[in-house]
Ligand binder design. Sequence first.
Ligand code: PYC
Length: 318
Amino acid sequence: MSPAALSTVTHRLSFVDSHSAGEPTRVVLGGFPELPGETLAQQREALTGDFDRWRTLVNLEPRGNDVLVSALLLPPKQPDCVTGVIYFNNAGPLGMCGHGTMGVVATLAYLGRIGPGDHRIETPVGVVTATLHGDGRVSVANVPAFRHLQDVAVTVEGLGEVRGDVAWGGNWFYLVDVGARALTMGDLPDLTDETLRIRQALQAAGITGKDGAEIDHIELFSHAGGVQRNFVMCPGGAYDRSPCGTGTSAKLACLAADGRLEPGQIWRQESVIGSVFEGQYSLHAGQVHPVITGRAFVTMQGELLVQPGDPFAWGIRP
Ligand code: PYC
């Protein structure tokens, strides 16, 4: 092969990677094709069709991995927003992503595009406001969260009857109280196996979010030793290293519904790796408006490259 052929590249996508409380985000800045659609929700739909291979190029191995959540920046439809964003992972597009929004804000700040203050960001499920604080922390005022179903029982193979709440926090969650059971990294294989079984059982039993929406996130939470800890299984089979911004929002909605957390009271949510988000909520017209605070750090910047003839240009797909 000639040296010219070996240096040929057909696609270049610029990106900045970050992590929020340990959970990685890849912000895609350029090189992605324009997605058709009048709204971000329609553009998100396009990602599940013809353009899905661009999602897999960015997110799947060998350029990405199962843990990664990507954030595609798009021109906002609403002029007062600093950017539009569509989140996706190894399984498909997401509605909202709390840790991902912290990553977007840290990335825009790193690039010098924004400074401390409030920034409105448009997502397919609504506009969120992110505040970049002077010390680098980011607070995400999420879309309203609510508990849809309380104390729903499902029979899970190998586990028996499991009970949990179904709640929306920007994605759909089934939240299971595991009491004083310690959720530790030593237990990851079991936690992964159990949560995947629970998700399967919910599907088999036809238990869904509102309007038949699939419950694609499973959240176990415990209070062992007085510490509020969670383990969140994401749609693609990887667990969230962070306490999960949308999962913490769903949790806040359940606490509010149970009268266990007052508006403005801080909820300290620890993840299975021991990282922390702080959550609180305010009530407007009876709706729970969660605010989740954490810190993101940029980790990498570069270009994803595709060369002609690469059999895994579009990712290693199942
Ligand atoms: O932080 O909302 C979140 C999130 C969703 C999936 C992974 N992280």
